[in-house]
Design a binder for this molecule. Structure first.
Ligand code: FES
Length: 79
């Protein structure tokens, strides 16, 4: 299972990366102000921060306090 989106605002990280780059957003507060992402339950916040820092759009589920790491591609991603 991979984390690929902000569930509360129904926005995928794959959509958010180009939007953030186009808008010049490099921080979570900037992204949150522009999209709302990260301002609901907050569960996506560590993933959004890593997304902004690395451009990765799919992450393994991280334990609390653990930095999210990019997810390995699943078989259905290879099509
Ligand atoms: S999943 Fe992003 S704010 Fe809830």
């Amino acid at each position: 299972m991979a984390v690929t989106r902000c569930v509360c605002f129904r926005r995928s990280f794959a959509e958010l990366v180009p939007q953030a780059r186009s808008a010049g957003w490099t921080t979570l507060p900037q992204l949150a102000a522009g999209t709302g992402c990260g301002t609901g339950c907050g569960a996506c916040r560590p993933y959004l921060e890593r997304m902004l820092a690395t451009g990765a759009t799919s992450f393994a589920v991280a334990r609390p306090g653990q930095e999210p790491q990019p997810a390995r591609a699943e078989a259905w991603d290879m099509a």
